[in-house]
Design a protein around this ligand. Structure first.
Ligand code: SAM
Length: 291
C-alpha cells in the first residue's frame, strides 16, 4: 500500500482538496469522483484500501496512503486501463489469478469453458491448455484434477512468465511452455492427451478497430487477433488436435460467436459440435477423437 507519510501535493492527478476527505467516510469520497460508474469506483476503493465495501460504507478513516492509491487507480481507470489490471487479481472458477498488461483478462465465457471441461472427461490424466495467457484454465483444471499432469503453452514469453507465477502462487504444478500451440509439447504426449482446452485469439484484424478502447489499447493484440479472417489459430488447432488426443480424448475451444458453422466444419473430423454460452451466442466447439 502507498506510503502513509506522503504529503499532499498539487502535482499530478491528486487534488489537494481530496485530502479534506482523509477522515471522512467513503460515501463522500465516492461522490467526489465523477465520470466513473459507482460500481467501478467502489471496486477501486476496495482495491486501494484492501477493505471490503461493507466496512468502507460504514465510514472509516482512510489513511493518506489509501487516498493517494485510490486517486492513482481512478486516474488509471480514466485513462481506460482495464479495471482488472488495476485490481491486479481476477477470480476464475475455484482459483484466482494475477493479471496485468502481459495477458488477456479472463472472461466469464471462459469460465463457462472451464465448467464444460470439468465434466467432459472422467478423471483425465493428461490435460493441455493451448494459448494459456494468465494460466487461468490450466491452473483451475489442476485444482479440479490434482492427479492430472497439466501442460500449458503460449507464444508470448510475457504470458508464460505470468502463468508460471500464477501456478506457483496457487501452489499447483502446471508445466507452462513457450511456443506455438502444440510445438513445445513433449513428443511422447502425441496420441495420449485426455483433454485439450483452448481459448485462442479468434478476432479478425478488422474487428480490432471496433473493440472497446480498454480492450483495444490495453490488452495484448496477440491475445485477441488471429489473422485476416479470425479462425486461423483455431484452424491449426483443429488440424493438429487429432494427432495429440488419445482415442476418445476430448477437445473444447472457445470461438467467435460469428464463426460457429465454419468452425464446426474445421472440427468435422472430431465430430465438432457447437455449444452456446449463457448469452445464447455460439461460443464453444467440442470434439472428440474417434475411439
Ligand atoms: C484469448 S487469450 C486467452 C488467454 C487465457 N487462456 C484466457 O482464457 O484468458 C489468447 C492467448 O493465446 C496466445 N497465443 C496467440 N497465438 C498463439 C499461438 N499460435 N500459440 C500459442 N499461444 C498463442 C496469446 O499470447 C494469448 O495469451
Amino acid at each position: 500500500m502507498a506510503n502513509d507519510n506522503r504529503q499532499p501535493t498539487t502535482d499530478g492527478p491528486i487534488r489537494t482538496t481530496d485530502y479534506g476527505l482523509r477522515t471522512t467516510n467513503s460515501a463522500d469520497l465516492l461522490r467526489s469522483i465523477p465520470a466513473l460508474p459507482d460500481h467501478e469506483v467502489r471496486r477501486l476503493l476496495e482495491a486501494a484500501t484492501g477493505r471490503h465495501w461493507t466496512s468502507l460504507i460504514l465510514g472509516v478513516d482512510l489513511t493518506t496512503g489509501e487516498i493517494v492509491a485510490f486517486h492513482s487507480f481512478v486516474e488509471r481507470r480514466r485513462a481506460d486501463e482495464p479495471l482488472q489490471y488495476i485490481e491486479g487479481i481476477v477470480p476464475f472458477g475455484p482459483i484466482e489469478v494475477a493479471v496485468d498488461q502481459r495477458v488477456l483478462v479472463p472472461r466469464p465465457e471462459t469460465e463457462e469453458l472451464y465448467e464444460i471441461a470439468k465434466v467432459a472427461v472422467e478423471s483425465p490424466l493428461v490435460i493441455v491448455d493451448l494459448c494459456t495467457g494468465s494460466g487461468n484454465l490450466a491452473i483451475a483444471l489442476k485444482h479440479t484434477f490434482p492427479a492430472a499432469t497439466i501442460y500449458a503453452t503460449d507464444i508470448s514469453s510475457d504470458a508464460v512468465e505470468l502463468a508460471r507465477e500464477n501456478a506457483r502462487d496457487a501452489g499447483l504444478d502446471v508445466t507452462v511452455l513457450l511456443g506455438d500451440l502444440f510445438d513445445p509439447l513433449p513428443d511422447h504426449l502425441r496420441g495420449r492427451i485426455d483433454l485439450i482446452v483452448s481459448n485462442p485469439p479468434y478476432l479478425a484484424v478488422a474487428e480490432l478497430a471496433d473493440l472497446p478502447v480498454d480492450v483495444r489499447d490495453h490488452e495484448p493484440t496477440t491475445a485477441l487477433v488471429a489473422g485476416p479472417i479470425g479462425d486461423e489459430v483455431l484452424a491449426t488447432i483443429a488440424e493438429a488436435g487429432s494427432d495429440w488426443l488419445r482415442p476418445g480424448g476430448v477437445i473444447i475451444c472457445e470461438i467467435s460467436e460469428f464463426h460457429g458453422p465454419a468452425i464446426a466444419d474445421r472440427f468435422a473430423s472430431l465430430g465438432g459440435e457447437i455449444k452456446r454460452d449463457l448469452f445464447g451466442k455460439e461460443r464453444f466447439v467440442i470434439g472428440a477423437a474417434p475411439q
